[in-house]
Design a protein around this ligand. Structure first.
Ligand code: SPV
Ligand code: MG
Length: 290
């Protein structure tokens, strides 16, 4: 089954697709193992993996290659965060062709101007493109897909830019009219109030998508209770968990003067072999090596 079709099937069956952020095939595999429905190919996570800020420095090729690698190993639909679409509507036409070929199930494109600034940073420059310009980019995305099940998610940053509910709703409705299958609305408020007000005021036909990083009080149960939400993204918990775990381990090895102290607290080598599929290598050696 094509991955976009699979994404739509999960949405129809469960009423909500729960996606975990990933920045590598291994993190995507661990998200699949934990039971998430989809992978969020996060631009923030990949930027952090390269040790650079999430300000349009990671190239389309770098993100595309990682999307392809994650789709190939995770066995889950991948929701690709394509930021601003790498330029104007002409760039979007090419990007969609490439992401569909790479095996993405969905793409999320945001209405910020290129180059973008990451959404959650305090005082970040948040410039949005005109509504008509972004409608053109959404129409380009819809026109470029060969598989009509590829899910096109339009993301408005109106709340992030401090433009208020009316502007966010106006943009969301305009993007739905341009053909978006889903609307992602992002907020950096520390409580869910702003987002809940948006959800209550939303009377469009397409479902919403949320990324509750800034307001972690929002649970799956609350999202289901609110209704209207089709995609829930845990935005950056793979890279943050990795940073915490690596830091702790490295500091301890330096402090202990050896690796003896951390041995019991980190994954065993056998666990990593298992994730890599070493068992299969041994079987295949017996079968095929002469
Ligand atoms: C990402 O994970 O890259 C996102 C979500 O776009 S956020 O960083 O909160 O903007
Ligand atoms: Mg992003």
């Amino acid at each position: 089954m094509a991955t976009g079709t699979e994404f739509r099937r999960v949405l129809a069956d469960k009423g909500l697709v729960e996606a975990m952020a990933a920045h590598s095939p291994l993190s995507a595999m661990l998200a699949a193992e934990a039971g998430f429905d989809a992978i969020w190919a996060s631009g923030f996570e990949l930027s952090a993996l390269y040790g650079v800020p999430d300000v349009s420095l990671v190239s389309m090729t770098q993100h595309l290659d990682m999307t392809r690698a994650m789709a190939g190993r995770a066995g889950l639909p991948v929701v690709a965060d394509i930021d601003t679409g790498f330029g104007n509507a002409i760039n979007v036409l090419y990007a969609i062709e490439q992401y569909e070929r790479a095996g993405a199930a969905a793409i999320v494109m945001e209405d910020k101007s290129f180059p973008k600034v990451t959404s959650l940073v305090a005082g970040g420059r948040q410039d949005l493109v005109r509504i008509e310009e972004f409608q053109g980019k959404i129409e380009a995305a819809c026109a470029a897909r060969v598989d009509k099940d590829l899910v096109i998610v339009a993301r408005t940053e109106a709340l992030i830019a401090g433009l208020g509910q009316d502007e966010a709703l106006k943009r969301a409705h305009a993007y739905e009219a341009a053909g978006a299958d889903m609307i992602l609305v992002h907020s950096k408020q520390k409580t869910p109030d702003e987002i809940e007000a948006f959800v209550k005021a939303w009377h469009g036909k397409v479902p919403l998508a949320l990324v509750p990083t800034a307001y972690p009080q929002m649970t799956v149960a609350r999202v289901r209770e609110l209704g209207k939400i089709g995609l829930l993204i845990w935005g950056n918990h793979a890279i943050r968990a990795s940073v915490g775990a690596m830091r702790e381990t490295f500091v301890r090895i330096r402090k202990d003067g050896g690796i003896h102290g951390v041995e019991a607290d980190i994954a065993t080598v056998e666990e990593v072999f298992e994730l890599q599929g070493m068992g299969k290598v041994r079987d295949n050696e017996k079968r095929f090596l002469r």
